[in-house]
Structures are given as C-alpha cells and as structure tokens.
Design a protein around this ligand. Sequence first.
Ligand SMILES: Cc1ncc(COP(=O)(O)O)c(C=O)c1O
Length: 293
Amino acid sequence: MEIAPFDKRDGFIWLNGSFVPWNDAKCHIITQGMHYASSVFEGERAYKGKIFKSEEHTKRLFKSAEIIGIKIPFTPDEINEAKVELIKKMNFEDCYVRPIAWRGSQQMGLSTSKADINVAIAVWDDWASYFKIEDRKAGIKLITSPWKRPSPDTAPCEAKASGPYVICTMSKEFAEKKGYHDALMLDYRGYVAEGTGANIFFVKGNDVHTPIPDCFLNGITRQTVIEMLRNDGLTVEEKYIQPNEISKYEEAFLTGTAAEITPIQSIDDIKFDTGEDSKTYKFMQDFHNLVRS
Ligand SMILES: Cc1ncc(COP(=O)(O)O)c(C=O)c1O
C-alpha cells in the first residue's frame, strides 16, 4: 500500500490545546527540539476506537518529560481526553497515536530556562504494523548492530526521548542496507538488549526469557506480554542474555506498540522456528484477542 506523506494529509492534529487542520500543524525551522533533540513522545495503538493502555502511555510521556527536564503545560487528563477526541474527529477505529512534547523556538541553544514547551498529538490509520504483514507471518530477519544501547548514566534510558533514537535509526539503516528487516542491539556491556524499536523475547520449551530492561525501555507491550504469558502458565524470566546463548533458543520474537508481537526468523546465522505450529504464533493470536477484548 502506498503511504501518504506525513506532511500532506487530511484531518486534524491536536496542537497546544486546539485541533488544527493537518497540513497547518507546523513548527519553525529554528526549533530547539529539532536542533538539540529536546523532545519526548509516545507510540500508542487504538483498537476498535479504544487506545490500549492509554493512561500508562500518558504516564510514561509525563515521566519521560520530567526526566529530560520538560514541564508539559497540560494535565494527564487533558492529554487523555485530547487523544479520545482526536480519534473521534478523525473517525478512526484502529489507528496509531503519536503524542509529542518538545522545546520550541522561544530560545535557541542548550540553555533552556526560557524555552516554550509545545505538545501535539497526531493519529493515523495506515501503519498496519512496524513490519509488513507478510514479513511478520514468515518472521523477520535480524542482524546484530555495531551500535550499542548506552549505559543509564550516559543516556536517559527510561525516557522515550527523541535523542537516543538516533542510535536506533542508525542501527535500523545498517540492517536494511544489508537486506535485513531489523537489528538486534546489544548493550554497553555486550548483553542482548532489544530491537531498534521493540523489546525481545526468546523461547525454549515452556520457558520464556527476556533481557532485564536496565538500559532500555521497559516497553508497555513487554510488560503486557509477560503478564499474559504468566497467566497462561508459562515461566517468564528476566535475565541477562549473552549473544552466544541465543542459539540455544527455539523461538524468538519482538514486542512493541508498533511491532505488536513479531516473530523472528533469524538473528545473524541463527535460525528460529516460526509458523502456525510455533508458540510465538499462539502468543500473537492471544495478544490480538487481548488488545481487542
Ligand atoms: C527502542 C524501543 N524499545 C522498546 C519499545 C517498546 O515499547 P512499547 O511496548 O511501550 O511500545 C519501543 C517502542 O516504543 C522502542 O522504541
């Protein structure tokens, strides 16, 4: 499907408290957030018109903002209401929701004492998945990125802040140029961390392992999937995983708001089971039902 450019669309964007026509929702070239990456954002999904874990996402948006020193000039309730109204105004059932807060144009440079804070929310319904649906069915191929997740005292790893995403973008580009769908990122110690925009899980028998999120986002989908699998009687262990341990697992998958549950076919030369007989396939179906229930 041809995706319309994101600066030329119909509908509305919620910008600083008002609904403005989509194509008029602009900011100036001299914007602190664009030059120095002072911005935080969320990625959410609505299913059948209702945002999954809306309040958790808003909570994380405010926490991310606080971590990087941004004071959002709205209350969490106002953001939650704006999201609901916007989805209604856009007439969407299933869609992706993108709130963002950034330092504006009032002040330039690294000093931020006088900076104005802007907030916007956009929704769109043509992101079927972070990965194409046919790739998701077959499972995606990952290559290990040369870029690492930094230590928590180097980057604000608990914040969904734009700055650190350049590492993810470089890793994703590295993978795609080599013909892979995504990259596996290791952390600054060399442990397995996550994908470029999603958390990672491994399966062996009834045991499910996932890395400890001490230097990357503890995704809301990750937490949901852990709970879902434990309720289903599986053992889920959060542990440090070395790259040379990956080959002992039978299956692997990514989790994230955009990626939902995406099976992994291979990481570098290591192959995993995928398809309708796999455990991951069942997890995908259970997750599909959970978010729509
Ligand atoms: C780098 C990164 N890790 C993990 C996740 C998964 O987070 P969530 O499940 O809250 O969408 C995301 C997506 O937001 C991400 O961008």
